[in-house]
Design a protein around this ligand. Structure first.
Ligand code: CP
Ligand code: NVA
Length: 312
């Protein structure tokens, strides 16, 4: 079976940590003659149905550094954007490239692409999950607190969105403790919570940010209105007004707590400038780590795919 990466839950704990370890190795080899090119002669498609800066840059650069050719498609300029079925797109992509990264709206579109493709499919963000971001976030946590994530307490402040879901799933796979502070109307999906808990996640959902922040080692948040929710922006600004991560919030966390944000950020909304630009912020390392972790992920996925091809 071809392995895909649609959610962090597609990995075992051992696979996850192997990818994160490999990302550190690739980071240290970057720019040296010893840097491997395991994807030499291959091509990877990156398909966007939503805007992107970091995902496009980090995948294009990473794919090039692994020796492969990135091919970026902006959906509105493609036949997919004019209604060509996702199933046909999957079959066609599988004949041209060795892997496809896909950023879309409903997660069912990603699942359909993966179901009909014979190449690995990577979730570059859906309405439900943003798993490649979590690989970078976990790498960044390890850089501050060491390789084991056991006992690390993460406070998620804000919307129960695709990033919150990805933190919840990752708590199950990686083993850190998570407390999400979300307004009642914007809680994470109950099924995502139930699945993660069934897999052993220590996840709590509270409404008061203070209850999540107490003693947290990692404080993280995201925009209040995600891509596709622009029409709800004003209503959401009201609902999330108490959920800003500012200096008063950071004081509640552990003394050596770090601040993470997947970016792009809105200073003065979900995070104050003093926090995102302050000494506890690790957001630029986090953005850089997208590159290293995605390279490790692609190397791993394409090695798995080659093994599948050899057996069949
Ligand atoms: N964090 C993230 O995925 O950024 P982009 O939307 O710029 O790709
Ligand atoms: N929750 C945000 C993440 C952007 C990287 C969105 O989906 O727009």
């Amino acid at each position: 079976m071809t392995r895909h990466f649609l959610s962090v839950s597609d990995l075992s704990r051992q696979e996850l940590f192997a990818i994160l370890d490999r990302a550190e190795e690739l980071k240290s080899l970057r720019g040296t003659p010893e840097h491997p090119k395991p994807l030499l002669g291959k091509s990877v498609a990156i398909v966007f149905e939503k805007a992107s800066t970091r995902t496009r840059l980090s995948f294009e650069v990473g794919i090039h550094e692994l020796g492969a050719q990135p091919v970026t498609l902006i959906s509105k300029d493609t036949q997919l954007g004019r209604g060509e079925p996702i199933e046909d797109t999957a079959r066609m992509l599988s004949r041209y490239v060795h892997c496809a990264v896909y950023r879309t709206f409903g997660h069912d579109r990603l699942e359909a692409l993966a179901r009909h493709a014979t190449i690995p499919v990577v979730n570059g963000l859906s309405d439900e999950f943003h798993p490649v971001q979590l690989l970078a976030d976990m790498m960044t946590i390890r850089q501050s607190f060491g390789p084991s994530l056991d006992g690390i307490r993460v406070a998620w402040i804000g919307d129960g969105n695709n990033m919150a879901h990805s933190w919840i799933v990752s708590a199950a796979v990686a083993g850190f403790d998570l407390v999400c502070a979300c307004p009642d109307r914007y809680r994470p999906d109950e099924q995502v919570l139930a699945d993660a808990r069934a897999r052993g996640a220590s996840v709590e959902v509270v409404t008061r940010p203070a209850d999540a922040l107490e003693g947290a080692n990692v404080v993280t948040t995201d925009v209040w209105a995600s891509m596709g929710q622009e029409a709800e922006a004003t209503e959401r600004e009201r609902a999330f007004a108490e959920y800003i991560v500012d200096d008063a919030a950071m004081v509640r966390a552990a003394k050596d707590a770090i601040f993470l944000h997947c970016l792009p950020a809105h200073r003065g909304e979900e995070v104050s400038a003093s926090v995102i630009d302050g000494v506890q912020s690790r957001v630029w390392d986090e953005a850089e780590n997208r590159l290293h972790t995605q390279k490790a992920l692609l190397e791993w996925l394409l090695t798995q795919a080659a093994e599948v091809a050899e057996v069949s």
